[in-house]
Design a binder for this molecule. Structure first.
Ligand code: FE2
Ligand code: FE2
Length: 404
């Protein structure tokens, strides 16, 4: 039994005595449950929105059968196992997708509880020892089931909002990528490399996954840099460099000011990925650990991947030369401890380079490349369940205040 559920079961005291009372209850209900279900659905269908959901009579028959099994094999027998939880989850998601109001289904628990209380009281009225035990047991299991059902509904709702947040996150990153047309799979590689370094630096999976999703937004602010500067094949003059160096601040202004940890991390990265360990970076000239870890990691992966890529102003560097550049700038541009981790994990970073390598940009591969890129982005949006932390404001360790 999952921990969260088992603590509910313990809290509501589903002990041996309750299970015994539930045994009597389910024996009593077995021949009567279909009538209870009929009454229950008749009441439900008096509600206009429920009637619309159950226009197809075959659907009612099916739902009644599912509900019967769920009640008799799990709820009214106190059997809150893995199957119970999976079925409840599926029902919660289904309710959410159908747009069933949670107030509506919690009030149907009220209907069931009063129906059953009446039925049980009438039958066991002459057994004053047994009657309260059965009613207490009934209240406990109905309460657990209602709590779990509300909680899975809420999870389905949060999952939906989080998926939307992820999609917007990557839409923004892609918008930045379209602007810098030669960026290719740079953002995906940076995301995966950042994750690898975060894990090697001892951060947990959750933080590393969040970094993988937030770091592709580092250069979003380039949307606000004029073409003549962004695409210039030669070196930038002073005025052009000043325009280019506004991109961290522009990025931080575009990314919403929202308390969700992922969004806050993305803003910090946009703002700090050009800060340098020695304090000579921009826009704020932060130094050392005043630069948030996520900014320091992104700086290394961004530069390393940029060196390996073809850009309007340069040819791709060799892997050896790019890694040597990172090492040479340890303690100047980059956090020395992170450079050590970078060097120790080069094999893994090179594997990421290979998996997300650009395909040759000729006419024949154009469509294939487009499709491949679309599916790689999709892979980032489709996260496993359990990402509910993303939207919930939690304490994120950072030494730098959020961008204003
Ligand atoms: Fe940048
Ligand atoms: Fe970049």
């Amino acid at each position: 039994m999952p921990t969260k559920l088992s603590s509910w079961v313990a809290f509501l005291n589903i002990d041996a005595e309750t299970v015994a009372a539930l045994g009597t209850l389910s024996d009593f209900l077995e021949p009567r449950i279909d009538a209870v279900l009929d009454t229950f659905f008749d009441r439900l269908l008096q509600q206009e929105n429920a009637a619309r959901l159950f226009e197809d009579p075959a659907l009612i028959v099916h739902v009644k059968a599912v509900q019967r099994r769920h009640w008799m094999e799990h709820v009214f027998t106190g059997n809150f196992d893995e199957t119970y939880l999976n079925v409840t989850r599926a029902m919660g998601r289904h309710h959410f997708r159908l747009g069933v109001d949670p107030l509506f289904f919690s009030s149907s628990y009220g209907v069931v509880l009063s129906e059953l209380t009446m039925l049980i009281t009438r039958h066991f009225i002459d057994q004053p020892e047994l009657l309260p035990k059965i009613l207490v047991a009934l209240n406990r299991v109905v309460f657990i089931d209602l709590s779990v059902a509300s909680s899975v509904y809420y999870d389905a709702y949060i999952d939906d909002v989080e998926r939307l947040a992820r999609e917007f996150n990557f839409s923004l990153a892609r918008a930045g990528e379209y602007r810098e047309y030669e960026g290719g799979l740079h953002l995906l590689r940076v995301g995966h490399m950042c994750r690898a370094i975060a894990l090697a630096a001892g951060r947990d999976r959750q933080w590393a996954d969040m970094l993988r999703m937030a770091s592709p937004l580092h250069d979003l602010g380039k949307i606000g840099v004029p073409d003549s500067v962004l695409m210039k094949p030669g070196p930038l003059d002073e005025r052009e460099r000043a325009l280019m160096q506004r991109h961290p601040q522009i990025g931080a202004e575009i990314i919403p000011d929202h308390p969700a940890p992922l969004i806050r991390m993305a803003r910090r990265i946009a703002l700090t990925h050009h800060e340098r360990w020695d304090g000579a970076g921009y826009p704020k000239g932060l130094a050392g650990e005043d630069i948030p870890l996520e900014g320091r990691i992104t700086a290394i992966c961004d530069v390393y991947d940029a060196l390996l890529s073809r850009r309007p102003y340069k040819r791709p560097w060799s892997r050896e030369a790019a890694a040597a550049y990172i090492r040479e700038n340890s303690g100047a541009m980059f956090d020395p401890a992170l450079v050590e981790i970078f060097v120790a994990n080069l094999a893994e970073l090179e594997r990421i380079q290979d998996s997300y390598a650009e395909l040759p940009a000729d006419a024949q591969t154009g469509v294939r490349e487009g499709r491949r890129r679309a599916s790689l982005w999709e892979e980032l949006i489709e996260e496993p369940v359990g990402f509910t932390w993303m939207m919930r404001p939690t304490e994120i360790s950072s030494t730098v205040p959020d961008p204003a």
